[in-house]
Every structure is written in structure tokens, then in C-alpha cells.
Design a protein around this ligand. Sequence first.
Ligand code: TSJ
Length: 644
Amino acid sequence: MKNNNIDNVEYGAKEIQVLEGLEAVRKRPGMYIGSTSTRGLHHLVYEIVDNAIDETLAGFCDKVSVEILPDNIICVRDNGRGIPVGIHPKLKIPAVTVVFTVLHAGGKFGGSGYKVSGGLHGVGSSVVNALSEWLIVRVFDGNNVHEQSFKRGIKASELISAPDSSPRGTEIKFKADPEIFNETCEYDFGILANRLREQAFLNAGLEIFLSDKRSEEKQEVFKYDGGISKFVEFIQKKRGLDSIHKDVIHFSGDLENETASVEIALQFNNSYGEIMVSFANNIHTTDGGTHEDGFRSALTRVVNSYARQFGVLKELDKNFIGEDVREGICVVISVKIQNAQFEGQTKSRLGNSEIRTLVDKIVFENFKVYLEENPAPAKLIMEKILAAASAREAARKARDLVRRKSAMESASLPGKLADCQSKDPAETEIYIVEGDSAGGSAKGGRDRRFQAILPLWGKMLNVEKARLDKVYGNEKLMPVITALGCGVSEDLDISKLRYHKVIIMADADVDGSHIRTLLLTFFFRFTRDIIEAGHVYIAQPPLYRVKKSKSKEHYYVFSDSERDEILKQLGGQTEVQRYKGLGEMDSEQLWETTMNPETRTMLQISLEDAATADETFAILMGEKVEPRREFIEQNAKYVVNLDV
Ligand code: TSJ
């Protein structure tokens, strides 16, 4: 019987070196893969897939498949040349064995050398091997299969060859070591799908197949011949943004010595935010870097130069600033560099200064030509930028005005505010009410000693809604700001908040949900402290009044199931009144059901943690209703019969 027991193997000097390397990885896995949580677990897959993608970059592979097998075993295959199996001249063992056992052994032996290699790639295979309970590599060369297995990074068999006519390629199967990944070894299909989709966008034409065979089979194929242009379309679609011009604009270029290449895709959409996603050697540079800087600088200069040349800006007009020019832009930048320098704590900022110049040059030259040759989209883009600049100017004026007023302590309360008698914020409440008629009922029904009513009137324009970022110019929100008295953003002073309960009261329909979302978004963005301090609530008006016929006995109910329950209990003849809006209730009913602290139900809005909420903000601002609704549901918790 063949002895595979590693304990009985005698080690030479080079094996000892290998073991020390592996031990270091197993001792401090976080140093090599970031963490041993679910993130680190998924990182194992990326490390392996990156090697196959390097083979794609080298021009020898156009298909990669990733399978999640039962028991969370991962199988990755490509149709590349296959990891070389020849004997390594120095180490005297097969090259493929080196790849999986020697720390930092990159994929760049053999010397065929491609123009651009993934800066951090090709070095992770031994790390994955060290952190796997077992790993099997199979290299198919068209005539034979060469197979070797490992346990916890240590060779468990020699490289064995057998005839096999399968097409060329590499296959890696591995099982993450539960001793290392002691939180979870369970892969998430969605997480892998997102990362693989991204890689498919970044490598135009590459087909990436993902399947999940753990229970009910799931599978997806990612292949984008349009590359990052399709990425731009995908991002905008996902966020519910509509582009203002038809085609995605695409530029590319190289350094003359071919040590770097740049690709940029962009489109303007009907939103007011800026989406910039950048990559260096297929690695997401979340902290930006020289490629982003070069892009921004060139974009602003091109737009100003075009605007001057074609009279969009008149002689006396000031230049557009970067913010104006990037309003509503969605851009993906992908650079590939021979020696990428990653900087910063998380190594997610590109530092190569030659890339700033390169991107700047490509964007400046190509975007200028694009605008000149495509007058129709150029006009739409210029109009958008012009609107951004005037909105910025209007917001600045409004803001200066507010600041001047509050500096003189004469910021008067909004005319529509029906204030309460008490001036003690600890005991007072403000109801922000949508609609004049509801505002009327609320004014009639309130306890004026401690309850103030601020009706919001008029339908909010879409422009104003999205321009929430320019709050000072917003006619609907200005009364809210002045009524609360605590200022916003950098001027926010929560000690000046005039009411410790800020209650949003709107109908239980789509319009009502819009206004709730809008106000919550506003509070989150500009007065986040008051949410965190638990001052923001949503009123819960009833949906129905259920009454026993010919009797005074009646109940207000807040859901369909509650209604059915009460109807069953009452039996006999009953009457059900449905409240379509707050306006259908008279003052007394509104007090009794929604405003009386003794009997009302309110939702207290909490932000579990600012970071998660910040991410969700994009969803709140987006056009799609469903993700927003989910957000509100997730961030609101029930509070019944609050004490005053
Ligand atoms: F597919 C995969 F993801 F499982 C995977 C593929 C995993 C790993 C660790 C490596 C690979 C891989 C490596 N696919 N293709 C290659 N190619 C090479 O390693 C290779 C082949 C030939 C030559 C040459 O110069 O002839 C050079 C290299 C680097």
C-alpha cells in the first residue's frame, strides 16, 4: 500500500521552507485573505478564479466555470493552456506543485509573459491550498490528465499522469478547512455571482459560468461582449436610473510601451448623484486613485472648453466646477498596469502617477472629439450640466439667506405651522402632515398644549425630490427645517431641536409612502442625529373602523387580518368603514386613533448603524419603490402606546 501519511515523510531543506510558509498562512490566515469570516471564505474562490482570468488576459482562455458542489466543495475550471507540469529547473519538482505549495510563487514562470498581469494574482493558489481541508488539481493537456492532491496545503500524492483526451484546461477542486473558517463554510450564491459578473464585465467576451449544486440547482452565465459599457448599463438599470442619451460613451488607450492600458465607459442619467467605479488589474479600487483623478480633471476641462467654444458659457460666466460636470454621471474605469502600486490601509487606492497622465490624455482627447461629432447627446449633456450649475448657484443663495437670517436670530417660523403652547422640547411633538385637509383635521384634533402641526402642501416635484442634496433651495423642506429649529448638516445643533417627537403623518397609500420616504431620507441625510437619538416617528392611522350595527360599539383596526378577527368576534350585523386617507377622519377620530398618546400606535425610526443606512440611501433615492419599502420596514420598529 502506498504511504501517503505525511507524518512519516522525511523532509529536505526545501520542503521545510514550504512547511514554514504554509504554517505562517494557517497561523495568520487574515494576513493573506483578509479574514476568516464569510468574506475570507469567498475570497478563496476569487483567488483561484483570478488565476484563470490571468490566463484569459494572456489570451489563452475564454471560458471559466465555477461550481458550488454539495458539502460546499468548490470546483473551478478553465479552458486555458493548463498549469505547466514540467519540472521546475531550480526546485526540481513539477511547476504545478510549486504553484500550490510555495508561498508567493506566481504564475509567471515559463516566460511567455503577457503584457499585463494581474498585480496581485497568481500568488494566491498556495494560500488557498494551505487553508483547504483538501485540494485536487487536474491539468488537461489534450492527451493526458495530470493530477495531484493536497491536505491542508501538504502534498498528499505525487503528480500522477494518465491518458485523457479532454480539451485543454485546468480544474481545481477544494474544500475550505472548517478549522480555519470556523464561523461558516457556507458559500453564498449571490456573493459569488456579483463578483463573477463584475469580472465578466471587466473581461469582455469571457464566459463565466456559475452553478450551485447543493440543493435545487441554480445557474447563471455571465458573458458581455460589450465589456464595461454593459457594466455601465447594468449599474444604472439596477439603480433604476434612466440615461439621458442613447449610447454609452467608451474610450480606450495604451501607453506606448504597452505597459499600461485604460478603458473608460460612461453615460449620463437623470439622477443627481455621481457613480464612479474603478478597477486596476481587475481589482476594485474602492478608494479611487490616480486613474479616477485623471478622469475627473480631464472631464471638467473638456466640458469647460467645449462650453466656451460653443457658447454654452458666455464670456462673463464662471467655469463649471467638477461637481456640476459629474452630476448624474455613471462611469466605469478599468486600467491594466504591469506594476500596479496599491496604496492606503486597505491597498485599494491606485498610486501609479503615470496613470493619471494617461487617463487624463485619453479622456481629454476622446471626449472632446465625441462631443464635437455627436451634437445631439452633447446638447443633452450640456443642458444637464448647465442645470446643475444653476441649481448649485440657487442653493448657495438660499443657504446664505438662511444662514444670514439665523445669524440675526430672526428666522421666523413657517406661516403654516400651528405651534403648540409649551416651549419645552422634552414634552412637545410636531406632526408633519401631508395635505391641507388632513392638516385641518390634525389642527382641530390635537392637544394644542404640546402638539404642533405643520402641513406640507403641494405635490413635490421629482426634481425637488432628487435635489434633496440641495436642501436649502427646496420649498417643501424649508418649512420643516425652520420649524425644527436645529439646522442641518454642518450647522446641525440637536440641542436646538424644538420638539423631541417629530412625527410624520401621511396616508396609507402610495403618495403617503412617498412623502414618508422622502422625509426619512431628508432626516437621514441632513439631520441624522435626530434619528439616532430616536426623535423621529411615523404615525399609524387606522385602515378601518368596524362598528356593530345599531350600537355605539366600534373598533379602529390597522390591518386586514385584524379587521377580519374583530368581525368574527362581533358576529351579527356589522359596518366597516375604510379610511382611504387621513382627510376622511374628523378631528375627533384622528385624535382618538392616531394622535392621543394614551391610545395611539407609532413607529419609531431607528438607524441600526449609520454605515448600513448610508448604503441603503441610494435605494431610498432611487426610483424603485420595492427596495425603499424594504428599507423602511427593516429600519422601523414597533412602539406601542408611547409615554409622553
Ligand atoms: F481554473 C482555475 F481557476 F482553477 C485555475 C486556473 C486555477 C489556477 C491556480 C490556475 C489556473 C490556470 C493557470 N489556468 N491556466 C493557467 N496557465 C498557466 O499557469 C500557464 C500556462 C502556460 C504558460 C506558458 O508560458 O506556457 C504559462 C502559464 C502561467
